[in-house]
Design a protein around this ligand. Structure first.
Ligand code: UD1
Ligand code: BG6
Length: 719
């Protein structure tokens, strides 16, 4: 969804062209998340403003469409590339429309005022009280240029800046940011720049990810940044006083700061830059060249640096004079961390490149032998048939005692929960329910302190799942994450969890995350039932089965040519497709149907084979394409009976079956797609691969941009 990228250079000479290129490349790395417009802001030329003396103008370039359209606009507008800056802050954004259509006026960045563009903002998330803020700001004479909620933020910066000045205060950028944040409700990840603070940027987040990458030759004294809590009494007074101005939104007379007796604070008092941070002090105290990359996604930072710091909700990252400071608007509360670690990203640049593949989705489908192996790497001892999940080990006794397990997720991640629910119940004997996050919240489902709530998510940023997580945390449940993105909100907010280690997934249609989530959940179930001697045989069978999965996936991938031909010859022109499965394969049918809908735009439906006769059979004739999953497990005879119900109505299903399994006479099926046999609870890992490939080739044949299907986003960060 929306993406943020910012770049600050200090004592590293860059011309405007290089800065613009860096910002646009950053946006390109965010493209996979889904968006409909893009834009950036950089410094223009110095000019004499009269009031403010010599100030810097802005260049804002933005447009609906892809980043390549933005790049073309830069060329068409003949943006001067030549001016060199030894310190500069640039901000950029990809937008996924929420308030207002994708048209130029609504694209980010947004500015506080058309005249000078004093404050410029890019923002992810939604400001829920924007209507009240807009009304208030309009009443104070601000003029809006867009329909967005974001524009309020830019205007609030100017509003407070002017109020401070009137009160004789020259606020520090981070103090001003605190004053603005005080008024915002909703979720945000945002960056702000201003000619009042040349070369500086403030970044902050609440419920929307933001990280800071640091590139410097300087050896950092420590691998963390100290958090600077609110301790400036004067600033607190100012903030409180100005805060009252907007609190008066709901007040009787719309009183102003002056009306409320705003207490001026001595000029310069708040401008003291208290440096509690140790990480960014050079050994000799001399300024050192450094570059900062701010982003909502590590994928856009990794090409520049692997040293990153993930911001927490309500952190304000203030970058100036080559230093990174983390501020908080509140005083320190008990147990609150006083540092933010600088971590090393394990992601490699080639992991986010397409390599020889045409699309990320195709690459990710073919990566599954490796990604599934990586999920198990270092966690399963295949000789002794044991599983050790480092992130869960200490929590297992508590989880074993829980009253029930609730798995909560959206989309494909929800299907991985469905696929593994049965093995969870079998191995743990704990009741397991599987919930779609949005429905779980809509129902305000009861949650208790002795529940274990498992959140499954590729991105770790899906808004519905995060809200459900917060709901469960508030009710005192134990929360476990099964997450791909290290450092994501869900990974950090859960009590414990498992990183699935599938590597970055860029294609909007999730493929390798599904198989890795599936394996992580099976490993979780195995570790929960480790104590039980009576289950040793079943454990061994599953663990030995898991060991073979990567190679068996390689086998299944060899079906690609047959699937390509099937799509070309028989499926391309179809309007609808049914997928039939039961037991373990119901989840495969649902996941296959979702993949086909998502990227080929063909209507498809996953049907529980046992339910066929209760309605869906009415659709069956000799034309409707049907894919049936008939691999060997205890429900195989029942699946066969469903297939016979189809063939008796002249349906000719495509059957996914085990190798060499001549189960149905050839004239009754359209074709078979043979996959190796594995343990019943793992068979879905192999059966899903042919449908991933079918959805991919259907989409390619239909000329659809597979990695960017219409109306969809990789990470849905709004409710
Ligand atoms: C960890 C390291 C891995 C290292 C291994 C060696 C990380 C991210 N992983 O892997 O690089 O090779 O030790 O011992 O540093 N967590 C959550 N919620 C989630 C996911 C994870 O709270 O959704 C927590 C876990 O409880 C754990 C930590 O994050 O405390 C790391 O989890 P994970 O990467 O799965 O742990 P290991 O496999 O032990
Ligand atoms: C979006 C994606 O809808 O979110 C799906 O397009 C994905 O592919 C779903 O399954 C859930 O995302 P996540 O990141 O929570 O697994």
């Amino acid at each position: 969804m929306c993406g943020i990228f910012g770049y600050v250079n200090f004592l590293v000479d860059k011309n405007r062209g290089e800065i613009v290129d860096t910002l646009i490349e950053g946006l390109q790395r965010l493209e996979y998340r889904g968006y409909d417009s893009a834009g950036f802001a950089v410094d223009g030329k110095l000019f004499n403003d009269g009031d403010n003396g010599e100030i810097m103008s802005n260049i804002i370039v933005k447009c609906p469409g892809k980043v390549k359209v933005l790049r073309q606009k830069v060329a068409d507008d003949k943006i001067d590339r030549s001016d060199v800056f030894d310190n500069h802050a640039g901000i950029a954004h990809t937008r996924w429309a929420t308030h207002g259509q994708p048209k130029e006026q609504n694209c980010h960045p947004h500015r506080s005022d058309a005249a000078k563009g004093e404050f410029i903002v890019v923002h992810n998330g939604i400001i829920t009280n924007f209507a009240a803020l807009r009304e208030y700001l309009l009443s104070k004479g601000h003029q809006f240029e867009s329909e967005t909620d974001t524009e309020c933020i830019a205007k609030l910066f100017k509003h407070f800046y002017d109020l401070n000045l009137k009160a004789g205060v020259s606020p520090d950028f981070n103090e001003l940011t605190k004053q603005v944040l005080h008024e915002l409700e909703g979720s945000y990840g945002l960056l702000v720049k201003s000619f009042h603070y040349p070369g500086e940027v403030c970044g902050t987040r609440k419920g929307s990810p933001l990280l800071v990458g640091v590139k410097t030759d300087r050896k950092l004294k420590v691998d963390f940044v100290d958090v600077e809590f609110e301790n400036n009494a004067s600033a607190a007074v100012a903030q409180q006083q100005i805060g009252q101005t907007l609190s008066s939104l709901n007040g009787p007379n719309g009183a102003t700061a002056q009306d409320l007796g705003f207490i001026p604070v001595a000029p310069g008092e708040q401008n003291l830059r208290t440096s509690q941070s140790r990480a960014f002090l050079s050994e000799d105290d001399l300024p050192t060249p450094v570059e900062f990359f701010l982003s909502s996604d590590p994928a856009s930072v990794v090409q520049h640096t692997k040293k990153v710091l993930f911001l927490e909700d309500d952190d304000i990252a203030h970058i100036y004079d080559g230093e990174l400071h983390i501020h908080r608007a509140s005083t320190k509360s008990a147990g609150e961390s006083t540092v933010r670690p600088i971590q090393t990203l394990e992601m490699e640049l080639n992991e986010i490149m397409k390599g020889p593949f045409k699309h990320f989705m195709q690459k990710e489908i073919f990566e599954q032998p490796d990604s599934t192996f990586n999920t198990m790497r270092g966690r399963i001892d295949f000789e002794n048939n044991t599983v050790t999940l480092g992130g869960l080990k200490a929590w297992l006794p508590t989880i074993r005692r829980c009253r029930r397990i609730i798995m909560i997720a959206c989309g494909t991640s929800y299907h991985s929960c469905l696929a593994t629910r049965s093995i969870f119940e079998e191995l743990t004997e704990i009741p397991v329910s599987v919930e779609l996050a949005s429905d779980f919240l809509d129902r305000r489902s009861p949650v208790f302190r002795d529940d274990t709530c498992v959140f499954v998510s590729q991105s770790g940023e899906t808004a519905d799942s995060i809200l459900a997580l917060q709901y469960c945390l508030e009710r005192g449940a134990l929360t476990v994450g099964i997450v791909n993105s290290v450092g994501s909100s869900m990974s950090r907010q859960t009590h414990c969890g498992v990183h699935i280690n599938a590597g970055p997934e860029i294609g909007v249609a999730s493929t390798k995350a599904y198989t890795s989530q599936y394996i992580a959940l099976v490993m979780f179930a195995l570790s929960l039932s480790n104590d039980s001697i009576s289950r040793a045989g079943r454990h061994e069978e599953i663990i030995q089965g898991l060991q073979k999965i990567p190679d068996q996936i390689k086998q299944v991938l060899k079906l690609e040519d047959k699937i390509k031909k099937l799509c070309n010859d028989d499926l391309n022109d179809q309007k609808s497709l049914l997928l039939l499965g039961r037991g373990y394969q119901f989840a495969t049918a649902l996941e296959g149907a979702l993949k086909i809908k998502e990227i080929s735009y063909m209507h498809s439906e996953g049907v529980l084979a046992g339910e066929l006769k209760h309605g869906v059979l009415a659709l069956v004739d000799d034309k409707l394409p049907i894919i049936a999953f008939a691999t060997r497990d205890s429900l195989f005879p029942k699946t066969m009976s469903a297939i016979e119900q189809v063939t008796a109505r002249d349906g000719r299903p495509i059957v996914v079956c085990n190798e060499g399994d001549a189960i149905i006479s050839n004239d009754k099926v359209h074709t078979t797609l043979e996959v190796p046999q594995t343990v019943d609870c793992l068979q879905g890992l192999l059966n899903v691969i042919p449908v991933q490939l079918i959805s991919y080739w259907l989409a390619v044949n239909r000329g659809i941009d597979v990695d960017f299907p219409r109306n969809l986003a990789k990470s849905v960060t709004v409710e």
